[in-house]
Design a binder for this molecule. Structure first.
Ligand SMILES: *Cc1c(COP(=O)(O)O)cnc(C)c1O
Length: 232
């Protein structure tokens, strides 16, 4: 028996619509066009029934942290639901890169030269490549993935020289800090490099991310309810 301890107003059938409404209001408040923000429903570690409920409500854009987990549950969903778009938002090991590229529509965690060269080689081999976001470690945290802010411009140039389809940047702000500072820093690095995509904002801070230009928000628990176990 598994017990969930989600708040009663989270993870029910209204949650998806409520988040969509809040995104629409945040777009308006920031004078941004309707629909300019993509909602990635982060389904990692969630029971299949909850994921299915969100698919049944018509949502098609999902995020997963781990290639293994994504490969275990999404092929079956994709057979049953058309138009699923899967985003890998967690760290990617080079030995899982091929599997990831065959499965997902976008990778948000390109964070080091070795991974970039591997993706470039595989893109040649496969004849296609998912949309890519470069993860920036805006808080310069030891335990967190991402290229350091001071190295971001060089790394973006390196990825472009490899012909990788870099759409934008991604960050996960440190838990103890004001996320807006990190969103602003990410937006600044993107702007000076001519990148339009900004993958930033989670359940607790997506409205602030939208105010600062997020194009992709990654929302998990506010849609599905609390995760039973924290995923990396
Ligand atoms: C889990 C996760 C999210 C979603 O977090 P919530 O707080 O549940 O919305 C977003 N981005 C990344 C990279 C994650 O690992």
């Amino acid at each position: 028996m598994v017990f969930f301890c989600g708040k009663p107003d989270r993870g029910d059938d209204m949650s998806l619509q409520e988040i969509k409404n809040r995104i629409a209001r945040a777009e308006q408040a920031a004078n941004r066009p309707d629909g300019s923000v993509k909602l990635i429903a982060v389904s990692k570690v969630q029971p299949n029934e909850r994921v299915e409920a969100v698919l049944e409500q018509g949502h098609r854009i999902f995020g997963e942290n781990r290639v293994q987990e994504a490969a275990g549950k999404w092929p079956a969903f994709m057979e049953r639901y058309d138009g699923v778009e899967l985003h890998l938002i967690g760290p990617l090991q080079t030995n899982k890169a091929r599997q990831a590229m065959e499965l997902v529509h976008a990778i948000h965690s390109v964070d080091r030269p070795k991974l970039a060269t591997t993706l470039a080689r595989l893109a040649q081999e496969l004849g296609r490549c998912p949309d890519l976001f470069i993860q920036v470690n805006t808080g310069e945290e030891d335990q967190k993935a991402g290229i350091m802010p001071a190295e971001a411009d060089g790394f973006i140039a390196e990825c472009r020289a490899l012909d990788l389809p870099v759409q934008g940047l991604m960050c996960i702000p440190p838990v103890e800090e004001e996320p807006a500072l990190h969103f602003a820093l990410l937006a600044k690095i993107a702007a000076r490099n001519g990148l339009s995509g900004l993958s930033m904002g989670m359940s607790g801070d997506f409205e602030s991310a939208i105010a600062l230009g997020a194009t992709h928000v990654r929302v998990g628990s506010a849609i599905f309810g609390d995760r039973v176990k924290a995923a990396g």
